[in-house]
Design a protein around this ligand. Structure first.
Ligand code: GDP
Length: 430
C-alpha cells in the first residue's frame, strides 16, 4: 500500500509532523522530489529536529528511509543531517539512496547565489541551495547521477566537459573564478566514498516491497502552489510537488498510490515572492507569525520570516484537486485560538467578478480576496483527543472549510507533537 503526504498550499503546512505520525505504521518512507532547500520540523521523544533531506521516518527503527531518484541530493548535507540525528540519540537509521538520484554539485550552490545577485531586486527569493541550477542541468542532460560516481572514465570526461561550459558563464556572465576540474573530481571522489554504502536500485527494491504488501509513504516537499506546472509560475520550485510525481520520483507505478493525504494549514503562510491573495500585513500578520507553528512562522532552513495570510479556500480547493486528495490533514488549528473572529478567503474578485477557481499567475496578480468572517473559539484546544470535544465554533470552522474546499478533512492536528491528532469521520469520505 502506497500513501503520499503532500502539501495543498505554499509549503510549511506541517507535512513533516503528519509524515512522522503516519510513519509509525509504515515500512518505508521515501522523498521523491526537491532538495535541502526546505525543511520539515519534527518534534518527538528525541527532541526537535529540522530535517531537510532525510525523510521524516528516520526516527523509527522499523522504517527504511529512502532518497528517491527525483530528489536533488546534496551529499555533504545528507551526512551532516545523519550526524545531527544520531548525535541526539536517534538509533542509526536505515538509509538507501537511489543509484539514479542526481547530485547537487558545489557549483550549483554558487550559481544559485550568483544568479540571485545578478537579478538584484527581480530575484526569485531562492534559498540558494542550488536547486534551480541543479534541475536546469538535469534537464539539460549535464547532471551527475549517483551511479556515474562509480565509473571513473565517464566521470573524468564529464567533469572536463561540464567545467568548460560552466567556466564560460562564471568568467563572462558572473565575473567569478573558474572551477578547477581536478579539484572537482577530488570532491566527487569524496562524495562517492560517502554515499557508497547506501546506493541501491530503489525502483527494484520498491517493486519487491509492494509485492510483499509493505506500507510505503511518499513524502512531498513544499505544496501544490509551488509546482512548476500547476503552481504560481515562475515563483515556484524546480521539481513537481504533486503526488502524481511520487510515482516518477520514487520509481513506482502510478496506480499503486492508493491514499493521498493532502496537508492544509488552518491559515496561510508563504515564503519567497509571488502572488498571495489572502496575505495580511502589519501587526495582524506579526501576531499570527509569532504565534504560528510551534516556534513562530520562520523558515526551518533560512530563518526568514514567512509571509502570512488567512485561510484561502480558493487556493486550497485547487491545491487539493491537483494533488488528487483522498484525505485532508488540517493542521496548526490550535494557533488560531487567540482570535475573536477569523477571516477566511472564500473567493477572488477579478475584474469585477467573483470566482472560486484558482486562476493562472497573470490573473492571480490582479485578484482581491473576498473574505467571510467566522467566529473564533477563544480557547486552547491542545490536548483534545476527540472531535466532539472541540468547541462548537472550532468544529464550525473546520466544517465550513471542508465544505468550501470539497475534500474530506479526516485528520485535525491540534499541536506539533505526534500525539496531537484528532481522527474524524468526514461526510465527504467515499
Ligand atoms: P512542513 O515543511 O510542511 O513539514 O512544515 P514545517 O515543518 O515547515 O512547518 C510546520 C510547523 O508547524 C512546524 O514548526 C511544526 O512543528 C508545526 N506544527 C505542525 N503541526 C502543528 C499543529 O497542529 N499545531 C502547532 N501549533 N504546530 C504544528
Amino acid at each position: 500500500m502506497v500513501k503520499a503526504v503532500v502539501g495543498a498550499n505554499w509549503g510549511d503546512e506541517g507535512k513533516g509532523k503528519i509524515t512522522d505520525m503516519l510513519a509509525e505504521n509504515a515500512d518505508i518512507v521515501i522523498r521523491f522530489q526537491g532538495g535541502a532547500n526546505a525543511g520539515h520540523t519534527i518534534i518527538n521523544e528525541y527532541g526537535r529536529f529540522a530535517l531537510h533531506t532525510l525523510p521524516s521516518g528516520v526516527f523509527y527503527s522499523h522504517t527504511t528511509s529512502i532518497i528517491g531518484n527525483g530528489v536533488a541530493l546534496d551529499i555533504p548535507k545528507l551526512f551532516k543531517e545523519i550526524n545531527e540525528v544520531t548525535s541526539q540519540n536517534v538509533p542509526t537509521p536505515k538509509i538507501l539512496v537511489s543509484d539514479r538520484c542526481q547530485i547537487v554539485m558545489p557549483y550549483h550552490v554558487l550559481f544559485d547565489a550568483y544568479e540571485e545577485e545578478r537579478l538584484g531586486g527581480k530575484s526569485f527569493g531562492s534559498t540558494k541551495s542550488g536547486i534551480a541550477p541543479f534541475y536546469s542541468d538535469k534537464y539539460a542532460k549535464i547532471g551527475f547521477q549517483v551511479s556515474e560516481l562509480f565509473d571513473e572514465d565517464v566521470l573524468r570526461e564529464k567533469v572536463e566537459r561540464v567545467c568548460a561550459l560552466k567556466n564560460v558563464l562564471l568568467e563572462h556572465l558572473y565575473h567569478k573564478d573558474p572551477i578547477d576540474p581536478a579539484e572537482l573530481l577530488n570532491t566527487l571522489h569524496e562524495y562517492r566514498d560517502m554515499v557508497a554504502p547506501y546506493v541501491c536500485d530503489v525502483s527494484l527494491f520498491l517493486d519487491k516491497a509492494i509485492k510483499e504488501g509493505k506500507t510505503i509513504l511518499l513524502e512531498g516537499q513544499l505544496g501544490t502552489l509551488k509546482d512548476p506546472d500547476h503552481g504560481i509560475y515562475p515563483m515556484v520550485t524546480s521539481s513537481s510537488t504533486l503526488a502524481a510525481y511520487g510515482a516518477i520520483g520514487a520509481g513506482i507505478p502510478p496506480y499503486e498510490i492508493k491514499q493521498i493525504v493532502t496537508v492544509c494549514k488552518a491559515y496561510s503562510s508563504a515564503v519567497g515572492a509571488g502572488a498571495f491573495v489572502s496575505e495580511i500585513f502589519g501587526d495582524e500578520a506579526q501576531e499570527l507569525r509569532v504565534r504560528g507553528g510551534d516556534k513562530g512562522e520562520f523558515g526551518a532552513t533560512t530563518g526568514r520570516p514567512r509571509r502570512m495570510g488567512w485561510f484561502d479556500c480558493v487556493a486550497s480547493k485547487y491545491g487539493c484537486r491537483m494533488q488528487g486528495t483522498t484525505d485532508v490533514a488540517f493542521t496548526v488549528l490550535d494557533v488560531l485560538g487567540y482570535l475573536d473572529e477569523i477571516p477566511v478567503c472564500v473567493g477572488y474578485e477579478l475584474d469585477g467578478e467573483v470566482t472560486t477557481d484558482f486562476p493562472v499567475t497573470a490573473k492571480l496578480e490582479k485578484c482581491k480576496p473576498v473574505l467571510k468572517t467566522l467566529p473564533g473559539w477563544k480557547c486552547d484546544i491542545r490536548g483534545i483527543k476527540k472531535y466532539e470535544d472541540l468547541p462548537e465554533n472550532c468544529r464550525g470552522y473546520i466544517e465550513f472549510i471542508e465544505k468550501e474546499i470539497g475534500y474530506p478533512i479526516t485528520m485535525v492536528s491540534n499541536g506539533p507533537s505526534r500525539e496531537d491528532i484528532i481522527y474524524r469521520e468526514s461526510p465527504l469520505s467515499k
